[in-house]
Design a protein around this ligand. Structure first.
Ligand SMILES: [Zn+2]
Length: 248
């Protein structure tokens, strides 16, 4: 029986306090283990993500940096009090004891945020690529692009206004995933980075969000260079994406 059904009482009731997790005790597991290329921006990425959580009050972080950390933390027990996992420039096969179990954990209603080479992670695992929403093919030299904002109201990109001009390593993906995800940033012309399509018109996805079962997935292909992680506009992009992934 519902509480609060009291005969003869017509007083306004105070809104009950929901017994759910508040922003202050949201916990984010930040994974930076690599088995392939290791970006020199990783330590900066760790400190930026931690500081963004602290200054916004949105979350606190737990770091997962080594193979031993992965074996201990990316497990049902390790994820027990975690609300979202961030892959911050991870690469290769991370050695998650049960990859499908981790993907199922996201699908059960948790958050996942991938930064840059999160797309250079588990490239041989179709189930992980399905979580991520696209497949990395290659990249050229670092180059400047004018990223288009595809969603004017999303907290990850609303602050960019008309666009985001950024110098970074620009990934090429297997496809324009415009039809299967919710694009946040894209480029309509390939950058001058030495690849065969350089300078040609195209539809290159750069950041998006999607669901995975009941889980929430955010991905940005930006974040190769230290200078990008130091850019407060990029930091706002990362914070907006992680906060969105943490929503219930
Ligand atoms: Zn890179």
């Amino acid at each position: 029986m519902a509480l609060g059904v009291t005969a003869g009482c017509n007083e306004e009731r105070a809104t009950p306090i929901a017994p759910t997790a508040t922003a202050a005790n949201r916990r984010v597991l930040v994974v930076t283990h690599t088995t392939g290329f290791r970006h020199s921006s990783i330590s900066l990425a760790e400190s930026v993500i931690e500081q963004l959580g602290r200054s916004s009050g949105a979350y606190s972080v737990v770091f997962c940096r080594t193979a031993a950390d992965v074996a201990r933390l990316l497990t049902p027990a390790g994820l027990g009090d975690i609300d979202a996992v961030v892959f911050a420039n991870t690469t290769g096969n991370l050695g998650i004891p049960d990859l499908q179990g981790f993907l199922d954990w996201v699908a059960a209603g948790h958050g996942f945020a991938g930064m840059h080479s999160a797309a250079d992670t588990y490239r041989d695992a179709p189930t992980y690529l399905a979580l991520l929403g696209n497949e990395l093919v290659t990249h050229g030299d670092q180059a400047e692009v004018n990223a288009r904002v595809e969603n004017a109201t999303h907290p990850a990109v609303a602050h960019f206004g008309g666009g985001y001009r950024v110098l970074d390593e620009i990934y090429r993906f297997a496809q324009s995933n415009r039809a299967s995800v919710n694009l946040l940033l894209s480029v309509d012309r390939a950058p001058l980075d030495g690849l065969p399509d350089a300078g040609q018109p195209g539809d290159l996805p750069l950041a998006w969000f999607k669901t995975h079962g009941a889980g929430r997935v955010f991905y940005t292909a930006l974040g190769h260079r230290e200078e990008v992680w130091q850019d407060t506009r990029f930091q706002q992009h990362v914070l907006g994406g992680i906060r969105w992934a943490l929503e219930r």
